[in-house]
Design a protein around this ligand. Structure first.
Ligand code: KIV
Length: 271
């Protein structure tokens, strides 16, 4: 069954929400059993090889969203508005519509009270918005835990309430201390989706490349690895290289053969 925004909102307090990032059709086909596929701007790092998400463009996000849309059957698709694509209300609406046209069911943007007006104008244009609080990778200078002091925590809790009032249908909480993530989850009416924010969030999100053990540059402690795919891929490539060099691959079962009679006729003609 294809997930809707309503389904996701109604899961709060009933069933944990599962989210994985996805940027290409092959991976999204394999991950389509989660509730939400997030076409995150983390694509800049895991797909495009950038140091961070600050160089990701709308064109990149449209391409990744199209790939996700072409593969998904069940999951809801949420696509990130990249940095600088929602600086004012007009840009925010135009760029959100571009992502929806490419196949997203909703968009995600980073920030608290400072983007409340932008969120309101996108949702008033009938485009669902997922918020993102805590560590904000588009602007963060360092990846540090958020909500560690009382002042910080109060700010985050207020931001969560403000963006909920502006109309978000859910909120990603990235690297927020577990206690504060729990308070936010209890205080807001929409589901919270945690990444490095403890078990009390209404759902969890991981970058699929982290979860599969494919991305080796960063290994945050919250990103549990369910596989060591990078190791398996290296071993497979090593075997391939060896087999080609030693003429073990391709074997007879990997070849296409001409008919014997046609081959004999050919030989007579060319010899
Ligand atoms: O871009 C992304 O993948 C994200 C998740 C880390 C939540 O925003």
């Amino acid at each position: 069954m294809h997930k809707t925004i309503k389904n996701i909102v109604e899961m709060k307090k009933k069933e944990k929400i599962t989210v994985l990032t996805g940027y290409d059709s092959t991976m999204v086909t394999l991950c389509d059993q989660v509730d939400v596929i997030l076409v995150g701007d983390s694509a800049g790092m895991v797909m495009l090889g950038y140091e961070n998400t600050s160089s990701v463009t709308m064109e990149d996000m449209i391409r990744f969203t199209t790939a996700a849309k072409n593969a998904k059957k069940n999951s809801l698709i949420v696509s990130d508005l990249p940095i600088n694509s929602y600086k004012n209300e007009k840009d925010a609406i135009t760029n959100s519509l571009r992502l929806i046209k490419a196949g997203a069911d909703a968009v995600k943007l980073e920030g608290g009270r400072e983007v409340a007006g932008i969120i309101k104008s996108i949702t008033e244009s009938k485009i669902p918005v997922m918020g993102h609080l805590g560590l904000l990778p588009q602007t963060a200078e360092k990846y540090t835990v958020q909500g560690k002091t009382k002042e910080d925590a109060i700010q985050l809790i207020e931001d969560a309430k403000i963006i909920t009032e502006s109309g978000v249908f859910s909120i990603v909480l990235e690297m927020v201390s577990s206690q504060v993530a729990k308070i936010i989850t209890q205080k807001v009416s929409v589901p919270t989706i945690g990444i490095g924010s403890g078990k009390d969030c209404d759902g969890q999100v991981l970058v699929v490349h982290d979860m599969l053990g494919l991305f080796e540059k960063l290994k945050p402690k919250f990103a549990k690895r369910y596989l060591s795919l990078s190791e398996e891929i290296r071993n497979a490539v090593k075997s391939y290289v060896e087999e080609v060099k030693e003429e073990k691959f391709p074997a007879i079962e990997n070849e296409f053969q001409m008919d014997e009679s046609e081959y004999n006729k050919l030989r007579k003609e060319i010899v």
